[in-house]
Design a protein around this ligand. Structure first.
Ligand code: 13P
Length: 250
């Protein structure tokens, strides 16, 4: 179901005590009830964060990754089932940092999406072009391919459970945000590709978030775009005041 969402991806930041302080402050603040706030801490804090948001229907917890296998001899890895058992209902899959630093390709991401769905986790699936692709005007084609390769094998009933996050790689952690025109253009394109594949109902109901140097100064303009349903926030999600301000930017 399409809804307003602000998700904070902490990446590899925050040890336990400061992480708990951050969540406590966010949960105690006044954020709009109709905006779902998703906190994505490191794996090791999932259960503790889930405990902090217990009983709050406008909050949820996400992992930042999961393994593609259900379980088994994969030393050091974390399964979708383990994530769910800690009280998380979402998992970020396909973040550009996973693609870039951990060599995650479309085939692997498709497996991760399948495994997450099988464990009743909602994938927050990230896609987005590199600066070279934007400059060469191949950004639409790039994103279309990412959608097709990792997601379009899903039946409509599964696809409609997803959240999509458009994160242009050149905007992540750079302080360079996509303009609202660029964001709306890509979000509208993604929705139209989904419409072509799955039809109007699925495409109208899916939430598409923007990520990449989103902050309290630019969130309002981005979220005002017709096809932007919220944000996936990195750096600014590490400061309670900034995350709260972004959540209140609709
Ligand atoms: P920044 O908000 O730090 O640019 O990170 C965006 C991101 O990668 C969220 O997943």
């Amino acid at each position: 179901m399409r809804r307003k969402i602000v998700a904070g991806n902490w990446k590899m930041n925050k040890e336990l005590a400061p992480g708990m302080e951050l969540v406590t402050e966010i949960v105690a603040s006044n954020t709009a009830q109709d905006v779902l706030k998703i906190i994505a801490p490191p794996f090791i804090h999932l259960a503790a964060v889930a405990d902090k948001i217990k009983g709050k229907s406008d909050f949820a917890v996400a992992a930042q990754n999961c393994h593609q296998a259900e379980n088994g001899a994969f030393t050091g890895e974390i399964s979708a089932g383990m994530i769910a058992s800690c009280g998380a209902n979402y998992v970020i899959i396909g973040h550009s940092e996973r693609r870039q630093y951990f060599g995650e390709n479309a085939q692997l991401l498709a497996q991760k999406v399948n495994t997450a769905l099988a464990q009743n986790l909602t994938p927050i699936f990230c896609l987005g072009e590199q600066i070279e692709q934007r400059n060469a005007n191949t950004h639409l084609e790039t994103v279309k391919q990412q959608l097709k390769d990792a997601l379009f094998h899903l039946p409509a009933a599964d696809f409609s459970k997803l959240i999509i996050a458009y994160e242009p790689v050149w905007a992540i952690g750079t302080g360079v945000t996509a303009t609202s025109h660029q964001a709306q253009g890509m979000h509208n394109f993604i929705r139209s590709e989904i419409n072509k594949k799955y039809g109007k109902e699925v495409s109208e109901n899916i939430s598409i978030l923007y990520g990449g140097s989103c902050n309290p100064q630019n969130a309002k303009e981005l979220f005002a775009c017709m096809d932007v349903d919220g944000g996936l926030i990195g750096g600014a999600s590490l400061k309670a005041a900034d995350f709260i301000a972004i959540a209140n930017s609709f």
